[in-house]
Design a protein around this ligand. Sequence first.
Ligand code: PLP
Length: 293
Amino acid sequence: MLDNIDKTSRISFVNNKFLPHQNCMVHIEDRGFQFADGVYEVILFKNNKLIDVDAHLSRLDHSLSGLTIINNFSKEFLIDVAVKLFKYNNLKEGTIYLQITRGCTARFPSIPKDIQPTIVATVSPLKETNETEFNKGYTAIIEPDLRWHRCNLKTTSLIASSLVNQKAKDMGFDDAIMFREGLDITEASYANVFMVDNDDNLITRQADNLVLCGITRNRMIELAKINNIKVQERLFKIKDLLQAKEIFLTSSSLIIRPVVKVNYQNNDYQIFNGQVGDITKRLKQYYQDFINS
Ligand code: PLP
């Protein structure tokens, strides 16, 4: 399949072709480009396995059906593309970014029928949090959540997250944790948020339409329960977060990232005296064991 390609270059996948990354093009009238009319998944590849691939591909299905895009790509096909991409890029571990848009058509707001979806996939080396970074912990600002009301779909409409993430960086913080009306926490710009209260309850928002139901989130909840950590999936507020014993973020690429300082309305709050908490450390180990199992 790659006979005419310099195999030392980065290879990506676009519309059923594996090509050198710099030659991967999508048309200017793709509705992904014009309307953010598309969805994506990011899947971790480690120990020669796509981690929780069934859950990721089910969520892909869910996101596509939420946008009324028919999923013509079988699970086997998508896994085959992923495995080949890691192989062609000589990556033993990393992440795959898989994006499907409705496809190309003249720019018009109503949704055309019978157009071919666009599919693209890229792989990248792993950017896992190293031990020193993990132990130092991360920082986050707390900001209003300005996204639409269907955050349970993993769409490519990411500008609100991108802006708030950049605001955090500009203020010298690592990420932004967002809240809605009523000061209820939703999630971070690209990750789910967990907190531990003073009674050692592990709390994360219920998987409603205002958060992405993270695959890593679900796996952490399962691992916590198996290991006798009390879990509550419910609303919690900024004031709860500011008094938390531990805070951490989860996603397929970060896995688990402790947050030891948050900033709200220009005031800094140390979490657990700036230390990484015990439950966060335990869950990191449980997840590691799960991946290695
Ligand atoms: N929430 C948002 C907004 C995200 O963008 C992501 C991942 O990119 C997550 C949560 C975590 O999801 P997952 O654990 O499936 O990677």
